[in-house]
Design a protein around this ligand. Structure first.
Ligand code: SF4
Ligand code: MG
Length: 315
């Protein structure tokens, strides 16, 4: 609820003005148990910062995080520990997120040590089961990350995230760094695991069309703000915010109407800096519908349909 994360920026000498990077600004959503919320937007829009704030890798500037009815927003590390177990993260880069000097077994069982789960032989059994779950073999346990392909490394990362039996898993662009040919395999596996284990996902991606298939809800972020959110079908079929429309139009589609749409709304220009973001609508500098009001007045997220909200003065 109202998740806000500002990062202070080094202050200019003799300047009293505080400079902040508004990475996440007043973002609210709810993910139901067993469901998936897909969060999309261009890089730098605050998707990963939102994820890291939710999982309490960052402290919040404002807002609340309610996990299973418990407010975890202001807990200290010790209070958080039992809740940390319930939420895990799968990272974008399977190369960078695995310690090259650790064996697969040690990587996967590390969270078990942190949470003091199981005896040595129990932990070995858990690792073996996890390897099997993510489509790897038990012989792989004693090998090192460099001996695996990108897709296999991401499977190891997934096994590590699942080691402590989490309920909520944040997948931060888990397939963006992988070959296109294996992206679908990994997504399918994540979906199977969700079904089998009853997992709840926050799935971050920059590709709207991919998120559509795996999400119940879809949220679109721009410059730290949630600009549209709703059921995936609704947002995909009836995108309301000019930014969502532009994002969808920039996805190559076999549909000839999409070519028309591409001519209509194209994403031009750079994203303004999240350091002191523009007043009014943050999308105004790139929006072809922008008028005077957009430059001064910030649009609020409002309901525009059943289970569909968007933030634009036009709506
Ligand atoms: Fe465009 Fe104005 Fe809507 Fe912002 S509020 S998306 S600038 S029309
Ligand atoms: Mg990111």
């Amino acid at each position: 609820r109202n998740i806000t994360k500002y990062f202070p920026i080094e202050q200019k000498l003799f300047s009293k003005e505080k400079t902040v990077l508004k990475a996440v600004d007043d973002v609210s959503f709810t993910i139901k148990k067993g469901e998936t919320l897909g969060l999309v937007g261009e890089s730098g829009c605050g998707k990963s910062s939102t994820a890291r704030t939710i999982i309490r890798l960052h402290d919040l500037t404002a807002g609340e995080i309610i996990l299973d009815g418990v407010d975890i927003s202001r807990m200290n590390e010790k209070q958080l520990l039992p809740h940390r177990r319930k939420m895990q993260m799968i990272f974008q880069d399977p190369y960078a997120s695995l310690n090259a000097r650790m064996t697969v077994k040690d990587i996967i069982s590390e969270p078990l040590h942190v949470h003091r789960i199981g005896t040595k032989s129990e932990r070995n059994e858990i690792v073996e089961n996890l390897l099997h779950k993510v489509g790897l073999k038990k012989e792989h346990a004693m090998r090192y990350p460099h001996e695996f392909s990108g897709g296999q490394r991401q499977r190891i990362g997934i096994a590590r995230a699942l080691a402590v039996n989490p309920e909520f898993v944040i997948c931060d662009e888990p397939i963006s760094a992988l070959d296109v040919s294996i992206q679908a395999q990994v997504v399918n596996m994540l979906q199977d695991l969700q079904e089998e284990l009853g997992l709840t996902y926050l799935f971050i991606a920059h590709d709207l069309s991919m998120v559509k298939y795996i999400s119940n809800q879809m949220g679109v972020m721009y410059l730290g703000k949630l600009v549209e959110i709703g059921s995936s079908e609704e947002v995909y079929k009836h995108p309301a915010h000019p930014y969502t429309q532009a994002l969808l139009a920039s996805v190559p589609a076999p549909d000839p109407r999409a070519v028309q749409a591409e001519e209509d709304v194209m994403l031009e220009g750079d994203i303004p800096s999240p350091i002191n973001p523009p007043q009014g609508c943050r999308f105004a500098s790139r929006c072809k519908y922008a008028d005077e009001r957009c430059k001064s007045e910030e649009p609020e997220l409002k309901q525009i349909g059943l289970n569909h909200l968007a933030a634009c003065h036009l709506l």
